[in-house]
Write a protein that binds this ligand. Structure first.
Ligand SMILES: Cc1ncc(COP(=O)(O)O)c(C=O)c1O
Length: 468
């Protein structure tokens, strides 16, 4: 581990090509990117390539990648086991709108690793998976409303973009009676009214809600940990109590395993927490970066397909995604990749813990060693509203500093660090910990001098009209 002192200047990243690309891209793509979440203004990163746990931007800056594409790249960038198989299969043709054996084999593997799943279908994105799971739940129960938790992200369809991640907790409304806060314009009020925001880890809130409106509620959709709020954890017994409550009221439980699936355990968060949901959505880790996703559930519920519920998609089950999922799931089943990932995450956590303990700073890890964050707080956060009480300005400054020192976490404290199998090799863990240490010391120095802390441009979270 290098012993960089806080007094040393922050290394400067090369930005010439990326600045030029930003100007060029902004003339064509809104924000210069294909996703609001990547639009970091003048700091927008334009990637050249990735290999294993590393990524390089077009200026040649090298980073340990802790974003891993927001989680999908579970093995590492450019994994030859997966890429060779996908290449071999894609030469047979990629899109037929007919069904290939790769799709069947991939979905058999989803079932094998999640034995409670009776039937499952592929989609192209996590967004589609949650959208279809919600529709299936509504069709099966004959009810309209869906409960979701504040601070949880289920993709970018209209039914998902409610009470996701405002900076200002007042926008979420009264704690006992939260409002359905649309994220951005263009979401019909009639759609928003069908989504009821709830508060994570608050079983009493849920009981009151179910007693009041349970007969209209088709399902509750939950990220098993708040994966888009630093991975805030369920309190002991929360999932079990929620499962019992949903059964009592005939409400379906949808586990959104887009981030946790095939990552927390081979059987995802359902296995990890010992819960059997009714429906689940998968994406990210099942494709190692290829656009594979799925929704599935109990046989009886999924039997509304194909006769009673619409689901389709020109690219659903396309060869590239299906072959990738087939190979990735085989690797996760047959090797100790997950154990390696979990162990690597624990090593990083130990290093970070040592650094913070030496400073006597209050902090908590959130999430799981394969996908975690660090929250600077005395009080353990139990719901999204608690994030506001954490010292996230310090986190954001550390993230900017790590970026400058060749390690790339998301520059927003709500997105966890993602571990992949390839991070286990070389000096990756030491690089992460030493960049964290130097960035922390620099940020604390700035604070001690009364200087403002740096942060990345927050385009995705800063729409002033989002609360309109
Ligand atoms: C929990 C969760 N659900 C759904 C989605 C949407 O997935 P996608 O980006 O593939 O549409 C995401 C994406 O980050 C997610 O984290």
């Amino acid at each position: 581990m290098t012993a960089e002192s806080a007094a040393q200047p922050v290394p400067t990243l090369r930005r010439e090509r990326q600045s030029a690309m930003y100007q060029r891209a902004s003339r064509t793509l809104p924000g210069g990117t294909d996703s609001n979440f990547r639009a970091w203004g003048e700091d927008t990163v334009y990637v050249d390539r990735g290999k294993g746990g590393m990524v390089w931007d077009i200026d040649g800056n090298e980073y340990v990648d802790l974003r891993m594409g927001y989680g999908p790249v579970i093995l590492g960038h450019g994994d030859p086991r997966v890429d060779d198989f996908v290449n071999e299969r894609m030469r047979l043709g990629v899109s037929f709108s007919l069904t290939s054996e790769d799709e069947v084999a991939a979905m058999e593997l989803v079932k094998e690793l999640n034995p409670w799943v009776g039937k499952v279908r592929m989609t192209v994105s996590g967004t589609e998976a949650t959208m279809h799971a919600m529709r299936v739940a509504r069709a099966y129960t004959g009810r309209t409303k869906i409960v979701k938790f504040e601070g949880q992200y289920h993709g970018v369809h209209d039914y998902a973009l409610i009470s996701v991640g405002p900076n200002n907790m007042a926008d979420l409304g009264d704690a006992d009676n939260p409002v359905a806060l649309a994220w951005g314009r263009g979401i019909p009020g009639e759609v928003a009214k069908t989504i009821i925001p709830a508060r994570y880890n608050n079983i009493e809130f849920l009981r009151r809600l179910f007693e009041r409106e349970g007969e209209d509620i088709a399902a509750i959709i939950v990220e098993p940990v708040l994966g888009n709020a630093a991975g805030i954890l369920p309190q002991p017994g929360f999932h079990q109590a929620m499962r019992a409550l949903t059964e009592e009221f005939g409400i379906l439980l949808i586990f959104d395993e887009v981030k946790t699936g095939f990552r927390f355990a081979r059987g995802g968060a359902a296995e990890y927490f010992g819960i059997t949901p009714d429906l689940a959505t998968y994406a990210k880790a099942m494709g190692n970066g290829y656009p594979a996703a799925a929704f599935g559930g109990r046989e009886e519920i999924m039997s509304v397909l194909p006769d009673k519920v619409s689901h389709g998609g020109t690219y659903a089950g396309n060869r590239v995604a299906a072959a990738a999922a087939r190979k990735v799931l085989e690797i996760l089943r047959d090797t100790d990749a997950l154990e390696t990932i979990h162990a690597t995450g624990r090593r990083v956590q130990e290093g970070v813990r040592e650094v913070l303990d030496a400073k006597g700073m209050p902090f908590h890890f959130t999430g799981h060693p394969s996908m975690f964050s660090v929250m600077f707080t005395e009080q353990v956060a139990t719901e999204y509203r608690d994030w506001a009480q954490t010292d996230h300005e310090l986190y954001d400054a550390i993230a900017v500093g790590m970026h400058a020192r060749g390690v790339m976490p998301e520059p927003d404290s709500r997105e966890p660090w993602f571990m992949c199998e390839a991070h286990a090799g070389g000096d990756t863990v030491d690089r992460v910990v030493s960049a964290f240490k130097a960035s922390l010391e620099h940020a604390l120095d700035l604070r001690a001098q009364g200087q403002p802390l740096p942060h990345e441009t927050e385009v995705a979270y800063s729409d002033p009209d989002a609360a309109d």
